[in-house]
Design a protein around this ligand. Structure first.
Ligand SMILES: [Fe+2]
Ligand SMILES: [Fe+2]
Length: 278
């Protein structure tokens, strides 16, 4: 049976961030507000969780954004090094960017995929797909250029059209279609908050989720574990995990069965949480 492992919101830092000056220093302090700026601790947590995910025997891993704290090139190098050290083969990993990965520049993700993350470009570039037994995973970018005071996301129209086409195609095949993305597709009840922090064109994506019962979303951004249905009372098809940067049990697993994704908790799979140290 196909199993997908999920980790999100690593918020990795470069080891020498103390050497930053001026606006870049201020940006890091602003974005890390409320979290210790400890590069080694964050790297250690990420490595432990990635190794645990690999040892679980999961078929595929998705990392759903905010991989770095502000998208600085050196932080993507840390991510590449941690992934290499964890032993995950790049063809079994889907990475997507979050809002934090774009604060250093709108092209930061593209440059990372052409640089230190090049081994992951075939599975993690916008619109790329990975075919697993019973499921197709596709990388969806919600990262947009914006000031650090805003944390919204949006899916480019071209990418949304690709998702719609892929949904129609996979529906006929009977496979589950899994969108790996950073922002949740659900609208925040407070309009101003949604503009500030939500997925701006979530209505289009929700329309696709209503149209296709085999369509699922694995996301991050909220830093809280959550399973949500598309329709009230229906099985969940929208899944989020705790943030790896500060969650106690950030590793999640999903099983693929009959064109559906079923969530599994860490303690069910491994007997006990291995991520209880902060
Ligand atoms: Fe985050
Ligand atoms: Fe985020």
């Amino acid at each position: 049976m196909t199993t997908i492992a999920h980790l999100t919101d690593l918020h990795l830092l470069e080891a020498d961030h103390d050497r930053r000056r001026g606006a870049e220093r201020w940006r890091l302090r602003y974005l890390s507000f409320g979290r210790p700026i400890d590069a080694a601790e964050r790297r250690g947590r990420a490595l432990a969780a990635l190794v645990e995910a690999r040892r679980s025997g999961a078929d595929h891993l998705v990392l759903t954004g905010d991989l770095t704290e502000d998208g600085a090139p050196a932080q993507f190098e840390v991510l590449a090094a941690v992934l290499a050290e964890s032993g995950w083969a790049p063809e079994h990993v889907t990475l997507v960017p979050g809002n934090h990965d774009a604060y250093a520049g709108g092209d930061a993700w593209e440059r990372a995929l052409g640089g230190p993350l090049r081994p992951f470009a075939a599975t993690s570039g916008p619109g790329t797909t990975v075919a697993l037994p019973g499921a197709v995973v596709t990388a969806v970018s919600t990262a947009i250029m914006q000031p650090v005071t805003r944390s919204a996301g949006a899916i480019a129209a071209r990418e949304l059209a690709q998702v719609a086409a892929l949904a129609a195609e996979t529906r006929r095949s009977g496979n589950a279609l899994v969108l790996a993305q950073h922002h949740p597709p659900l609208r925040h009840p407070i309009g101003a908050w949604h503009w500030l922090d939500g997925l701006i064109n979530c209505a289009e994506l929700m329309a696709l989720l209503h149209e296709h019962d085999h369509l699922h979303v694995i996301h991050g951004h909220t830093h809280r574990e959550n399973d949500a249905p598309v329709r009230a009372g229906a099985p969940p098809r929208i899944f989020c995990a705790q943030a790896l940067v500060d969650g106690h049990t950030p590793l999640r697993f999903y099983r693929v069965r009959h064109g559906r994704l079923l969530s599994e908790t860490t303690h069910v799979r491994s007997g006990a949480s291995n991520f209880a140290t902060a």
